[in-house]
Design a binder for this molecule. Sequence first.
Ligand code: PAF
Length: 279
Amino acid sequence: MKIISSIDELRDQLRGQLRTVFVPTMGNLHDGHLSLMRLARKHGDPVVASIFVNRLQFGPNEDFDKYPRTFAADIEKLEKEGVYVLFAPTEKDLYPEPQEFRVQPPADLGNILEGEFRPGFFTGVTTVVLKLFSCVQPGVAVFGKKDYQQLMIIRNMARQFALPTQIIAAETYRAKDGLALSSRNSYLSEQERAEAPALFRELNNIADEMRKGNLDVSLLQNNAMQHLKDRSWHPDYVAIRKRVDLQPPTAGDLAQDEPLVTLAAAKLGVTRLIDNLEI
Ligand code: PAF
């Protein structure tokens, strides 16, 4: 595997490649990331991964400084997965001057759910993803469904800017007890790790209730929030939304079996976890 930090060198290395498949990450790779690399291999060649902890997508009181950085272990894992190039720019490589041009996602998608609780997050994400795409020029890029809203915003960005990159979604990779793998799980104490699957259980409860015909969306959301609070979580939201645009379903949507997804974000101790489940 070639490890490249400069944009010019990356371009030299990938020149003429038409089916490059790209998996952007912030490092601290776990089995969820590795499943993205495996899916990538099925959709193109060569596989290019990136590791870059993107300051632009962290709020002033968020965990940029203590975000887990495990570069040596990450390299070993990517080598085993047959990744051809690892693009690992420094901040100076990717942002040699202040990144003043930014992507502005539409408010109805970018300022709801995660965007409401993490102002500026999706501007930071889309700006770095557009820039990484410009560096790697992939034909295909893979994103996990764990970050459901991020995936949808990136898909819409790629469509509206007519980017020549097909976006592929990868299923969420879960531990045996249901917890979605995430780099931030490493912040959990042993006791919190044992409690963490409760978030996914609440999403499953909602799906079960809806399958049984309980379509009182606000009651289901409020009950799930209350259950989490009773277990000492601090939920930001539990939201039943339409898959197509992440807006709340109307009575008509519910009557017509509109495809839905439940999304949730909640803090357990100092760790903020997110998850979702398609219904
Ligand atoms: O999902 C992530 O890890 C990040 O948001 C991404 C897409 C690599 C952009 O920094």
